[in-house]
Design a protein around this ligand. Structure first.
Ligand code: ADP
Ligand code: MG
Length: 695
């Protein structure tokens, strides 16, 4: 048996290590910087760097790196060794405070969306002191934020930290109104449930679509999909179990609280959920989780697919972003609580979320927009592209009663009027929970389910934190001026529900009727990334993000450009991969099959034997191959035509309306052919083999 408690965090320069290894004053100064955001003096940084280096060397590290999260959505690292030459042709191992605090990667090739002119290509990284350094792959990794010289954020972490600060500022104003003088910070916390696929490495290598794009671009439906629901929570196959064990251990070493693991609905699909943490830490940890999933899988002859829709016809993968808000004194502000005072405060925070989700539904949609996630949102599995929220019947009834002034069940109106008497506890029971809602209240947290499996959770949480900070700002502005706090508070809860109840929907979000109903309610339905992204640079978004100092106008525009470009590039790579597969593998395979059929048909006819099956098959394959040839030419033409649109949004719309449509057409014919051509001629492993191949 491994000693898990001593394994846990063994590769992290965490608080316990700091306390044990840093001189007392240095430790105190560092803690102050972490909790209060005060300036870090160079001598403190030098002392920390030295202790970190000694610790890292003991753990076998030879290098350090500033670990950051550029706009690619993945992480970046450039390793520097600790070596420093000394006279005599020898080296010593060195690491200075300056190197710890600030780095200057030559970052000219990261996407900046026009933020960084090429003549000023260098950005710099700064230590995110609130996230612990760790050792990965023999390298001391220092979590950092990444900015340009003019101070613009070039990464996902900087705006995330800013959004957490914005939320902290506004939430504290509210808490002070409730006479809370003990809390000094309000922190958003997240537990991201991560879905993923594991497939055999040999099958993977034989599929150029998986290799180049992370999803299958072709594939006829196998006889069995997920209809028996026999995979969900099923027992783990030995190889999968071995992978999960190694993953958990490696994550634990890095201080990631991997907690839950299980098989998911789709064959070959699985899930990992950690215990929730402060949002920026949870974001770092989720990036590490995805990275380790990818790197550990091959040790088990597996490949981990994090794409949102690797296979048509079975569920895709998402990431459920469980979000809550708590004080540094450990009080969850989304917990209804036991006293009328706590209940009133809860209802105010709840109202802030309701208002935020309704006012900024489009931004929530934007935060989950990508070419890959478009396959998932709106398909019959994940939440639709329409944003709504689930509150459950009980909570909805309470809000309705408050709004109309009616009695809620046995409670009298009087009781309800004073900022609401005692609320019942809401069940955290999972059985009757709505699993179809994009944004569900689950007892003491909200679960945002539109996020794609490959996403960095930074984006969705930047939006969540900022839109809720905005509602709280509006409430605080009104209540700070109020002469009658209780009455005005009750009025805010009531009015907010009246104005925003259209966003609350407790029914089945997959049902066709819901889309019609949502339209009637005036909710937006931004079906694709191209529809959604312009909202990001609209007036409302600009006002919101600049007011709370989360994104500057230039930063918003840069992200808009980067996302649109990524959309076009993704579809372009997929289209080119299809062209490559069809012209170099699939058409030649169809030709070989036809050649053999024609030969046999000729032989049979010469022998005077009827060649009916050969005749029919040959005719069918020949006709479909001709059709394929034509569709291939059509796809190639759209790719040439795409070069004619230069304006970025129009270019993206062209990819969606023309290129993607031609790709879907091509796929239909290929999948039909796959069902006709004998397996031994078909160049790729089938869906059946990939999805059910692991024993
Ligand atoms: P499920 O949604 O699968 O029923 P749970 O509700 O137990 O599972 O939790 C799912 C995720 O939500 C876990 O990562 C868990 O740590 C996280 N979580 C639980 N409580 C909170 C909270 N207060 N804030 C944020 N995340 C939370
Ligand atoms: Mg969940």
């Amino acid at each position: 048996m491994k000693d898990i408690p001593s394994l846990f965090g063994s590769m992290v320069f965490n608080d316990a290590v700091m306390q044990a290894r840093l001189p007392k004053e240095v430790y105190k100064a560092l803690k102050k910087t972490i909790s209060k955001g005060t300036h870090l003096e160079l001598d403190v940084a030098n002392s920390v760097a030295n202790a970190m280096k000694e610790w890292a060397l003991e753990k076998g590290a030879t290098h350090f790196t500033h670990w950051f999260q550029p706009m690619t959505g993945t992480t970046a690292e450039k390793h520097e060794s600790f070596i420093s030459p000394v006279p005599g042709g020898r080296v010593i191992m060195e690491f200075s405070g300056k190197e710890l605090v600030r780095g200057e990667p030559d970052a000219s090739s990261f996407p900046s969306g026009g933020l960084r002119a090429t003549f000023e290509a260098r950005g710099y990284t700064v230590w995110d002191i609130t996230s612990y350094a760790f050792i990965k792959d023999g390298t001391l990794c220092i979590p950092t934020a990444f900015c340009s010289y003019s101070g613009e954020a070039l990464d996902k972490k900087t705006p995330l930290l800013r959004s957490m600060e914005a939320l902290d500022r506004q939430a504290l104003r509210i808490l002070r109104l409730f006479n809370n003088t003990t809390a000094s910070r309000v922190i958003s916390e997240v537990g991201p449930e991560q879905e993923y696929f594991l497939i055999d490495i040999e099958s993977f290598k034989q599929r150029p679509d998986l290799v180049y794009t992370g999803r299958t671009l072709f594939g006829a439906r196998p006889p069995k999909g997920q209809e028996l629901e026999d995979h969900y929570f099923g027992s783990l196959k030995p190889r999968i179990s071995a992978f999960m064990k190694e993953l958990d251990e490696e994550l634990w070493k890095l201080g990631v609280c991997a907690k839950t693991r299980h098989n998911e609905v789709s064959p070959a699909q699985h899930e990992l959920a950690p215990i929730f943490a402060t949002t920026n830490i949870a974001t770092d940890h989720n990036q590490l989780t995805m990275e380790l999933m990818r790197s550990i899988a091959p040790r088990h002859n597996l490949v981990c697919l994090l794409h949102e829709k690797p296979f048509a016809g079975v569920n895709g993968s998402g990431k459920h972003n469980n979000w809550s808000l708590s004080t540094d004194t450990g009080v969850n502000l989304l917990e209804p609580g036991d006293t009328p005072h706590e209940n009133a405060q809860f209802l105010l925070f709840l109202s802030a979320v309701i208002k935020a989700v309704d006012d900024y539904q489009d931004l929530l949609r934007v935060s989950c927009a990508s070419a890959a996630n478009d396959h998932r949102l709106g398909a019959n599995e994940a939440p639709p592209a329409v944003v709504s929220m689930f509150l459950g019947d009980e909570l909805t009834e309470i809000l309705e009663a408050l709004e109309s002034g009616a009695d809620y069940k046995n409670r009298t109106k009087d009781e309800m009027e004073i900022g609401v008497s005692v609320l019942p506890h809401f069940p955290k029971d999972t059985t009757d929970r709505n699993r179809t809602s994009p944004f569900a209240f689950t007892g003491n947290k909200f679960e945002f389910r539109m996020v794609g499996s490959a996403f960095s959770i930074a984006g969705p949480n930047i939006v969540l934190n900022t839109i809720i900070a905005e509602s709280l700002r509006v409430f605080a502005d009104a209540l700070e001026k109020s002469a009658n706090f209780t009455a005005d508070l009750a009025a805010i809860v009531k009015t907010t529900f009246r104005l925003h109840k259209r966003i609350v929907f407790n029914g089945n979000n997959y049902a066709e009727e819901w889309l019609a109903e949502a339209e009637k309610r005036g909710l937006s339905n931004l079906k694709t990334t191209v529809d959604a992204l312009p909202e990001f640079i609209g007036k409302k978004s600009l006002e919101l993000f600049t007011r709370h100092h989360v994104f500057s106008e230039a930063e918003l525009h840069s992200r808009y450009e980067i996302f649109l470009e990524a959309y076009c590039k993704t579809i372009n790579i997929e289209a080119l991969t299809m062209v490559d597969m069809v012209s170099r593998d699939i058409i030649p395979a169809c030709i070989s099959y036809q050649t053999d059929l024609a030969k046999l048909r000729k032989l049979k006819t010469e022998c005077g034997v009827a060649a009916e099956p050969e005749d029919q098959l040959l005719g069918a394959v020949s006709k479909l191959t001709a059709c394929l040839h034509k569709k291939l030419a059509e796809l190639e033409k759209t790719l040439i035509d795409s070069k004619e649109t230069h304006e970025l949004l129009a270019h993206a719309a062209f990819y969606r309306d023309k290129v993607y449509v031609a790709m879907s057409e091509l796929r239909l014919t290929v999948d039909e052919l796959e069902m006709l051509v004998a397996t031994k001629y078909w160049p790729y492993p089938s869906y059946g083999r990939i999805l059910f191949g692991i024993i």
